[in-house]
Design a protein around this ligand. Sequence first.
Ligand code: SF4
Length: 83
Amino acid sequence: MSQKEEEPYKSLKRVIWQYENCLSCVWFEPNDPVNADLLERGKCIEPNLKKFELIVSGRDWCNKFKEIPQKTIDSKQEQAMKE
Ligand code: SF4
């Protein structure tokens, strides 16, 4: 494949369905942490964005994305089940 043919393919790779989204972001505070999915709505608590009181869905995204560790997900879900 020549260099020219590879360019469109590279562009297409960038528009695939996002895997980095609010649902998998450490700053996403879902309404229901136990059943949260891509359609779940919640607050964005990223320190610089928090003042805007953004309500985002699990499938939203921004350049402040930071992947949430599985341990944090487990902890949030355990806490939610106690409440
Ligand atoms: S808006 Fe950005 S920082 Fe906030 S939860 Fe979504 S990806 Fe994370």
